[in-house]
Design a protein around this ligand. Structure first.
Ligand SMILES: Cc1cc2nc3c(=O)[nH]c(=O)nc-3n(C[C@H](O)[C@H](O)[C@H](O)COP(=O)(O)O)c2cc1C
Length: 149
């Protein structure tokens, strides 16, 4: 048994659009961090391709997945955008802020990247919420006990 496994979170795909290059990464390490203004934090591994793209953009979207989106969560969470266009495999729409919203998203939060800091082998990016939208009023896909539940 592992105490860290008891930290349950919503599973999300964080998406970016860097000069037309779209990418998304499945994240379990995502949470709200400020009430006013509303802010969120996402933790991205230093070696991830998304980390390179995050460092070249001022905005990102946190796309919260629904319970039926296990397959897409695993795909975006195992394949790297470095050599694959992940958005070719699954349908998506573009948000008002020109960020990709993948199939399986029940709600998304568009953020301005307003901070970042190092945390061990990850970078924590802080996003100030610019726009948010609920697409389906359903419970999210949960990550807990080190797996998708
Ligand atoms: C359920 C699940 C949760 C994940 N959570 C995170 C996370 O919070 N942060 C992270 O950096 N990687 C996380 N990953 C791993 C990345 O999604 C994975 O390495 C991905 O392929 C990186 O894509 P990229 O190279 O296109 O950025 C998770 C993977 C899965 C399957």
């Amino acid at each position: 048994m592992d105490a860290l496994g008891k930290l349950y979170t919503s599973t999300a795909i964080v998406t970016v659009n860097v000069e037309g290059k779209l990418n998304g990464i499945t994240v379990a390490w995502v949470t709200r961090v400020s009430w006013q203004p509303p802010m969120v934090a996402v933790s991205i591994g230093k070696t991830r391709y998304t980390r390179e793209l995050m460092d070249r953009t001022d905005s990102f979207a946190v796309c919260i997945l629904g319970k039926d989106a296990k397959e897409i969560a695993e795909y975006f969470g195992t394949v790297s955008g470095r050599n694959t266009d992940k958005f070719k495999k699954y349908p998506y729409t573009m948000s008002e802020g020109n960020l990709p919203i993948p199939e399986g998203t029940i709600a998304y939060i568009e953020c301005d990247k307003t901070g970042q800091f190092e945390a061990g082998d990850h970078i924590v990016y802080i996003g100030t919420v610019r726009r948010q939208k609920v697409l389906k009023d359903e419970p999210p896909l949960i990550f807990g006990e080190h797996e998708l539940l």
